[in-house]
Design a binder for this molecule. Structure first.
Ligand SMILES: CCCCCCCC/C=C\CCCCCCCC(=O)SCCNC(=O)CCNC(=O)[C@H](O)C(C)(C)COP(=O)(O)OP(=O)(O)OC[C@H]1O[C@@H](n2cnc3c(N)ncnc32)[C@H](O)[C@@H]1OP(=O)(O)O
Length: 155
């Protein structure tokens, strides 16, 4: 993996175990998300065991990528809006309030997927993120996530 400074590299260790994005979860996807102008981008190559129909990626994987890409985007957008460094405290921590996915085309299992996010709305503790998943030139899925800043007493 290239040494990129991803949003997820700034998650405090005590919240870095998420299956989708935690750098401390050896069984997870460990996605890495960065800014690309006003958009965010994650690149992820599925493994053969991520199969649904042979040759195609499992929809739950696609939803998971959209989910964690979008919560990471929400946190980064909050830091950017506040003009704050991502390591500054108190940390902005987001969880998924809602996750909507439209599966537009079958997603091939072979090759890299590009996940792109765009902030649609920031309001109070809530950030709405629109995210697409593309294989080559084809957009195979589109999602919308309502990410909500995690309460102190989560659980
Ligand atoms: C860039 C660097 C960053 C570094 C630092 C960051 C650290 C990273 C921290 C952590 C990362 C690791 C984790 C990643 C996450 C991975 C994704 C998951 O799998 S998360 C697990 C699944 N999700 C849950 O288990 C949530 C369970 N639900 C809840 O706890 C609550 O329902 C919660 C917090 C989501 C909302 O509860 P309320 O009581 O706090 O929220 P109220 O005050 O009612 O609403 C606030 C706003 O949000 C909207 N909202 C809330 N829930 C919604 C929903 N389900 N759908 C749509 N909107 C919703 C509301 O309408 C409201 O918006 P209006 O102000 O009215 O515009």
């Amino acid at each position: 993996m290239d040494a990129i400074d991803a949003f997820q590299d700034h998650y405090p260790d005590n919240v870095a175990h998420c299956y989708g994005c935690g750098s401390q979860n050896p069984h997870g996807h460990q996605i890495k998300t960065v800014w690309d102008g006003d958009e965010t981008v994650t690149r992820f190559t599925p493994e053969p065991y991520h199969t649904s129909v042979p040759g195609y990626a499992y929809g739950g994987l696609i939803a998971s990528l959209i989910d964690c890409h979008s919560t990471g985007t929400a946190a980064a957008a909050m830091y950017r809006q506040a003009g704050r460094d991502m390591d500054s405290l108190p940390a902005f921590r987001f969880v998924t309030g809602s996750l909507h996915v439209d599966f537009l085309k079958p997603t091939p299992l072979a090759g890299e997927l590009v996940i792109r996010g765009r902030v649609k709305e920031i309001k109070g503790r809530k950030v709405v993120v629109e995210t697409t998943v593309s294989a080559g030139d084809v957009t195979t899925a589109r999602g919308e996530v309502v990410a909500v800043q995690m309460p102190e007493n989560f659980g």
